[in-house]
Every structure is written in C-alpha cells, then in structure tokens.
Design a protein around this ligand. Sequence first.
Ligand code: FEO
Ligand code: CA
Ligand code: CA
Ligand code: CA
Length: 587
Amino acid sequence: ARAAGMAGPSLTFAEAPHSIGESHQVAPGYDASVLIRWGDKVLADAPSFDPLGQSAAAQARQFGYNNDFLGYCPLPAGSGASDHGLLVVNHEYTDSWLMFPGLTEKDGATKVTREQAQIELAAHGLSVIEIRKLNGHWRVVEDSAYARRITLDTAMAVSGPAAGHDRLKTKDDPSGRLVLGTLNNCAGGLTPWGTILTAEENFHQYFAGVPQGPEAAAHKRLGLVGKPEYSWGQYFDRFDVTREPNEPNRFGWLVEVDPYDPKAQPVKRTALGRFKHEAANVVVNANGRVSVYSGDDERFEYLYRFVSRDRVDLLNRANNRRLLDDGILYVAKFHADGRLTWLPLIFGNGPLNPGNGFHSQADVVIEARRAADLMGATPMDRPEDVETNPVTGKVYMMCTNNTNRKAEQTDAANPRANNVHGHVIEMVPAMVDGQPDHTALDYTWSVFLLAGPKGQGRYHPETSESGWMSAPDNLAFDPAGRLWISTDQGSAQATNNIPDGMYAMETEGPFRALSKFFYACPRGAEMCGPMFTPDGKTLFVAVQHPGENKGSTFDAPSTRFPDFQPGMPPRPSVVAITKKDGGVIGS
Ligand code: FEO
Ligand code: CA
Ligand code: CA
Ligand code: CA
C-alpha cells in the first residue's frame, strides 16, 4: 500500500475491461463514438456505401480501408483550435476477404478480380476530412472544401537526392520525378509547419515477379521475392518487377502532404531514406533545425534520424517547402553501456563508396538498409513508432516484437530471445542550455518497459492485472506528457487472449511505467492512430481491420463492428473518445 499522504497517479480513470468482445469498450465515464467508417462519404458527391455494389469510382470518393495514422490539424491553421480541424487519415492496406464476398484469406493474390483490384487501389492512400465538435460530439463536415482522397492514381512529386535518378525512372515516368500514389501508409506524424508526413511501410507485398538484373539484390533486401499478397501484378504492369523493375524504388519513402491545400501535390522526401517506414515524428531543436525520427519495422532492422541543414520558419510555412530535402540521415547504434551513437549515412563516408556499390547519395538513400548494415547499426526488434515527450524531451521507441531473435542474438537493447511481446526504449538526448539537443551525435538510452503478462513483463509494480500489454506499436503523448501506447498483436491476439487497445502511463516520478488499460478494440482489430486534440479533451483512435482473425470472412465475419447489421461486413473506423464530463482524457 502507498504511504499515507502520498499523492496517487495523475491518471485516475478506472480501467476498461481487458477482454476481447465483438464491440469496442472504453473506461467508465468516457464516450467512444464512431466518427467515420470505411465506405463513408469523403467527397460531397460520393455515393453511399453498398457492400454488394462497390466500384473503384465510388471507393475513390469514399473513406478508404484500414485507417492507421490520424493527424489532427486545427482550423484555422496554427490556431490550436480543439473543436474544429482537419483529420488526415492513412489507409494502410486492404483485406480482400473481408471486403468482398466469396473469398478467404489465402485468395488475395490469386482470386481477386481486376475490378476488385481497382477497388483495392482506390481504398489505399489517405483521406482528409474536416471535423467539428458541437455540443461535445464530433461530426464530419459535409461538402468541405478541404475534403480529399489520395489514392494510387494521385500524382506525387519526388524531391531530395534520389529525385530524377535513373533508378527511379520507368516507362510511364522517364523523368524519375513523378510517381502515381503512395503504398502501405502505416503511421506518420505532424510537422510544426502544418503539413503531415505519411510513412510507406510494407510496399514489397504488392509486387509480383522475381526480381532480375541490377536491382535484384536491393529488392531482395526489402523482401521483394515474387510472393505478393495482392493480385495487382496480374493486371497492372507496374506491379510486376519483371516488367517494371524500378517501380519499387519509387515506394518506401516518407511523403509530405499539405492538408490545408487540397490541390497541393504530395512530395516523396528521399533525403529521409528508403525502408519500411513505420512513422515519422518531427521535433524542433533550440537552434531551429528539425530532427525526424523514423523506425524501420521489420525484424532486425534499424532506427533512423534525419537532421535538417536549415532552420524551420514557424512564422511563414511556405518557407519550409524544402526543409526536408537537405540534411543528414543517421542510423542508431545502441551500446551495452547505455550510450547511443548516431552514425551518419553520407556518400563517401567510410564504406559508403563505389567499392560497395554506392555512387552517390541517391544510392545511399535508395539502399538505406544496406548502408546502415555497413556502418554497423544495431538490429532491433522491429522499430515501430518513435516520438518525443513534449514535456521532458526524452524519446520513446516501440519495439513491437521479434520471435526470430535467438538467445545468442540478444543484446542490451534487445534483451529477450523469442521476443513475443516487445519492449519500449527510452532515449535521452544531451541537454544544451536546458534544452534537449536532438542533433547531438551521442544520447543515452535504457529499457523503459518490457511488455508481456505480469511476471514476464516489467512495469511499475502497482500495474493491475489489466495493465499488461503485448506488441506496443504506436504512441502519443497527451499535453501533460503522459505516454499513451496502442498495440498490434496480430495473430497473437488469440493466444494472449487480450484485446488490442490503448494503455496510458506516466514516464517520470513515482508512477513511472504504471500502465493502465483505457480502451479495447473489437475482436481481430489492431489499435492505431492515437492523436490528442491540443486541449487533451479528445483522443482520436483508429480501429484497424476489425474481424481480421483466423477463419473470419466477408460472408461470416467474427464481428460486424461497428454497424452490427446483417450483411454488413466489419468496417475499419475512426473513433473519437471524450470524457462524459468534458474533462481531460485520463484525468
Ligand atoms: Fe503497419 Fe509497423 O505496422
Ligand atoms: Ca503500425
Ligand atoms: Ca504517434
Ligand atoms: Ca504493428
């Protein structure tokens, strides 16, 4: 028991049920209401969702599938408004067997028709919607001038060292500077100048054909081995690497989108490197330069950081248009003694030379993984979201899991063999004049928590039976600097027998790492996109792939969340969580 007179944790909510159900569940005293679902109107002239009458033309105007990253951008821009804004949403991937009748999970690459493939292409990308809070309830603003769908037909520019390089040129784009669309947009991040970064993650799974020729080894390093999860290569040449070997080099980037200008062309920022980006989070340093953290979510891959050459202009957003094109990309090496070193990935530095097949900085960014291998970076247990605590300046990385790590491969930063449950690493930049310096070459680090059931995991000792998590994935900080973690157990949800959802904790003081369970996803769903409004009174979350568990299909889903109507399949949905008394989330 706590000593008399000692204050308790600042997170006072009673925990949500730590059990899997057909619907979602939130802590008592809170409302969780669905804001928008797959198939709902985004553009004003979109037709209503008809699960048996889908078309690519309709889907391109409707909300896409598998909502992941959520970015809240206040209206007007820069106002800090917490009751009116734009919500930018990633649509990471599609589940054909939950979208269309008559399919099972193994049919995605074989039985999906050309027409269904075109619907899938239109269900990827992003949505921008305008939202407003009236009488405590969030609603989508219809007929908004900001409303936008970005799909695999949307033209995007390429900037930075790889723009226009031969390795990015294709039959359809001899310039190497104009790509159609963005793929597998997992998480992302807001920039301080009012744009968002959206992260291209598992782009390899869309490409058919066994790579041959000069790109074969580089493609293989990224998992392009002719075993696609999608049928697209049968119908569209650009998704067959034997026909268009450079097309994969046009994905795997961070893409900058300006949600305030629905006509603005998204830009692929190649200076930030090409790998399976989970997310991207930007922090401004005291000297005005920005640092961007981004994890490469695959087993034994790396954590990266980009530092801009120039200073941000927070007064004139147009002046930051090229800020992410010039700077230095680094990769992290975690030392056993608690030091962290950032290794620069610069053409000509050490092994990054023609002898190793690097002829320019374009080669370094296109093959960032191989450059990082040669520099001696630390292979991690799947780096997912990485974000800075706005109150303390410390940086937190979710290492989601790695069941392939053997005992002899463990190290201080990846301490468990067969790491089923994952862990969270805390990184501390040096302080300069009382400010964290995210440009420094040396940090310190430690393990913040080990996920897993009590007894296997390591949390604050007062963590309840409901507070344990598995597979930390995304994170958000509330305005008080408290850490909110979302989880993605995948198929382990069934064996762990707990839902995915949101966990909250303090990072400093006597209740550091006292994890509390706040919100439970419905069966088969992972939790994505946690995003607070600036006042901390709304938490937006993304319920991704409800019903995506073994044996569940469109025809016989394991849940029909959120509609629960006969014939209506489960629908990925964005949920707005508010406190019934209007107070701060978690208080
Ligand atoms: Fe799309 Fe790393 O999760
Ligand atoms: Ca994720
Ligand atoms: Ca985040
Ligand atoms: Ca994940």
